[in-house]
Write a protein that binds this ligand. Structure first.
Ligand code: ZN
Length: 399
């Protein structure tokens, strides 16, 4: 089931006969190309067959006219260790999510670790251990950016410097620990930023008994890089406050599956009206009280496309290029030099939509036919999505 390989494909990978190529780039979400070439897991060319050198490939994939999109990125998960979540006591949740087209996940804190340390040396040790553990072990090949410490009172600037020097690049969502006041959070966010550590803040009511409310004024004062689950996790702020956050902050607007769906739609519409859709990124916030959502990102794409009236090809960018840019990742876009992380999709069998994009705009989730990470085929026909009408074929290699 899981694999510990950390290297990408060796040699040349060619994907050809792509029916529709989604770029991940909101400024140009559809590309007029049908072939992608990678060497050692990195995209080196894409174009029409006559424009690229497809000779001498080690792996050849015939997309068979399906839609290819950069691998989906879940901007908000709570991993612990390996492919196990103690929150719902499930094994294999990351591999299941790979079957939902997700190739990268970003930790918003390893908060579910039984006995999670809350003293400062302990929380730093946990973050460094989680960062190392997921760097060394990628369940199903999925890249997990973990090691996201939960801020506690008493942390000082040198703690952030030490974390950064130890390889920590993220903070867990602010508000899950004892730091909940705006001014205190703002100071720690600034220290983190000084050392290149990105920050996210919990937005909305308490997630479980024992956690607290983070309201609009606290979010604005803290000024974290990402307005974490702007639609609540689970309980949302009043819609007016959510719209105000979109308008008054310039930070990333993260909409999650485990939040309030109505307010998620409101936030996406607000971003559209404010012409700042490039700030919108998607997450699941799983595992959580609501569980694990292997198809959570695809469900968010279908939800926002169908009910916030945003074209499907643009919503796919929220879960790919937007997140890659906000998070500084080397994937998420069909661009030379980026990781060849791809999800192959087609309209689900018997959807009312005539094309994949039309089916998503009608609110149906697509069928996943293959997922590639760093040039390696990690899954073929998804065991979790509805069956795709057409799926790609491996003509040569693949591993
Ligand atoms: Zn949260």
């Amino acid at each position: 089931m899981a694999t510990s390989e950390t290297q990408g494909a060796k040699g040349k990978t060619v994907v050809r006969n792509i029916g529709l190529l989604l770029s991940g780039d909101l400024d140009r979400p559809i590309l007029d190309d049908d072939t992608i070439i990678a060497v050692d897991g990195r995209i080196v060319a894409f174009g029409k067959p006559g424009d690229v050198d497809a000779e001498g490939a080690d792996t050849v994939i015939d997309a068979r006219g399906t839609t290819v999109c950069p691998g989906l990125i879940d901007s908000h998960v709570h991993p612990v260790f390996g492919d196990w979540t103690p929150r719902q006591n499930q094994l294999g949740w990351i591999d299941s999510t790979l079957n939902g087209g997700v190739t990268t996940m970003i930790s918003a804190g390893e908060v579910h670790l039984p006995g999670r340390p809350k003293d400062i040396v302990g929380l730093k040790a946990l973050a460094i251990t989680a960062q190392r553990a997921f760097e060394n072990f990628k369940p199903g090949g999925v890249k997990i950016l973990a090691g996201a410490p939960i801020l506690e009172k008493g942390m000082v600037e040198s703690d952030f410097k030490e974390l950064a020097e130890s390889g920590v690049k993220l903070l867990g969502e602010i508000g899950l620990g004892s730091v909940r006041a705006g001014a205190e959070a703002r100071q720690m966010v600034a220290w983190a930023r000084r050392y290149g550590i990105q920050s996210t803040i919990h937005t909305g009511g308490p997630s479980i008994p024992g956690s607290g409310l983070i309201d609009k004024d606290t979010v604005l004062e803290a000024d974290a890089d990402v307005i974490g689950h702007i639609n609540g996790g689970h309980t949302a702020l009043p819609q007016q406050q959510v719209c105000e956050l979109c308008e008054r902050s310039s930070r990333a607007i993260e909409i999650v599956h485990n939040g309030n769906e109505k307010v998620g739609i409101t936030a996406a519409r607000a971003a559209k009206d404010l012409r700042c859709l490039h700030r919108v990124i998607l997450g699941t916030d799983g595992p959580a009280g609501s569980g694990v959502q292997p198809l959570g990102i695809l469900r968010m794409v279908a939800l926002l496309s169908s009910l916030a009236d945003i074209p499907a090809e643009q919503v796919f960018c929220f879960a790919t290029g937007n997140t890659a840019r906000v998070r500084g990742l080397d994937c998420g876009l069909i661009q030379i030099g980026r990781a060849m992380d791809l999800v192959f999709m087609d309209r689900a069998q018997h959807t009312a939509g005539k094309t994949l994009l039309e089916s998503v705009a009608l609110g149906d989730i697509p069928g996943v036919g293959m997922v590639i990470i760093d040039g390696i085929v990690r899954c073929q026909r998804s065991r979790n999505t509805p069956p795709a009408a057409e799926i790609p074929a491996i003509l040569k290699g693949g591993h």
